[in-house]
Ligand binder design. Structure first.
Ligand code: UTP
Length: 285
């Protein structure tokens, strides 16, 4: 079984749900307390042992690349003023291991993943959607890599969602369950609640085999007129092992305003310097 060394971070989307905030700034750079969303995803990938990070970007997203580089003027000025720049350490890319690929048109998540096919080659790979912010230790991808070591094949993060919300998610037809692992018998993208095979939704973490790239090459538009990763993954079922992993931790949907604000509160409450004042405020509010 080949180890998972590469991860794709699709960041080519338009982020329309956050307009006007995302008119000139990528959604992935919106901060949760003091770190942009993208950095949480990068930290999670690194913790899981990922060596190469492939960002699928689009126009207007180059600030993401800058975030993982030196900020010469800032660092020099801070040093002259005797301020520590240690806080910036985790933001630096490992030279040669952060790759940026352009998705020229936002044709969908499946298309974004396919844009990275040449770099993936014939290795298994992870996909992390930075919108889904995972809180827990070990991190979500690390838990999935541990599950991968046991069962191999393809893995998606699975979470029980509200039955009324099936139109927002890829939904799993579940098979047998063994601890955190659920066999995946089928997948359908954004079904109506009446037609959904379960309320087990796909969350934005995946470990996939490279064969999915060949399927994506010929994948037609699906739900919402976009090339859907779910539709391509569904074709792997029966050909390769396919499991859902239940994350032991909390997930926040930061692609959505209420999820974003909830995440801000939850992560702020983890910070000792700001938690007491925030708790006081919320009690009064
Ligand atoms: P979303 O469905 O959240 O779309 O994409 P979006 O465009 O980012 O946001 P809204 O709905 O307009 O507010 C899920 C993930 O897939 C990426 C996004 O960047 C996000 O990480 N994506 C989506 C792409 O990289 N390319 C695409 O063509 C579509």
């Amino acid at each position: 079984m080949k180890p998972v060394r590469k991860a794709i971070l699709p960041v080519g989307g338009l982020g329309t749900r956050f307009l006007p905030a995302t008119k000139a700034m990528p959604k992935e750079m919106l901060p949760i307390v003091d770190r942009p969303l993208i950095q949480y995803a990068v930290d999670e990938a690194r913790e899981a042992g990922i060596e190469q990070l492939i960002f699928v970007t689009s126009r207007g997203k180059s600030v993401i690349e800058d975030h993982f580089d030196h900020a010469f003027e800032l660092e020099t000025t801070m040093e002259h003023r005797g301020k520590s720049i240690d806080i910036l350490e985790g933001t630096l890319a490992t030279p040669g291991d952060f790759l940026f690929i352009r998705q020229q048109q936002p044709l969908g998540l499946g298309h974004a993943v396919w844009c990275a096919r040449r770099v993936i080659g014939d290795e298994p790979f992870a996909v992390l959607l930075p919108d889904d912010l995972m809180q827990g230790s070990p991190g979500c991808l690390r838990q999935m890599v541990e599950a991968y070591a046991k069962v191999g094949g393809n893995l998606i993060c699975a979470e029980e969602i509200a039955p009324a919300d099936t139109r927002k998610y890829g939904i799993i037809t579940p098979g047998t369950r063994d601890g955190v692992l659920t066999e995946v018998k089928g997948l359908v993208e954004k079904p109506d609640p009446a037609e959904a095979p379960s309320n087990l939704g796909i969350i934005g973490r995946y470990i996939l085999q490279p064969e999915v790239m060949d399927i994506l090459a010929n994948q037609e538009e699906g739900a919402g007129g976009e090339i859907q990763l779910t539709d391509a993954m569904a074709q792997l079922i029966g050909r390769q092992a396919f499991h859902g992993v239940t994350f032991q931790g909390r997930r926040f949907d930061c692609g959505d305003k209420s999820g974003f604000v909830t995440a801000t509160v939850a992560f702020a409450m983890e910070q000792r310097e700001i938690a007491p004042a925030l708790r006081d405020f919320m009690a009064r509010y």
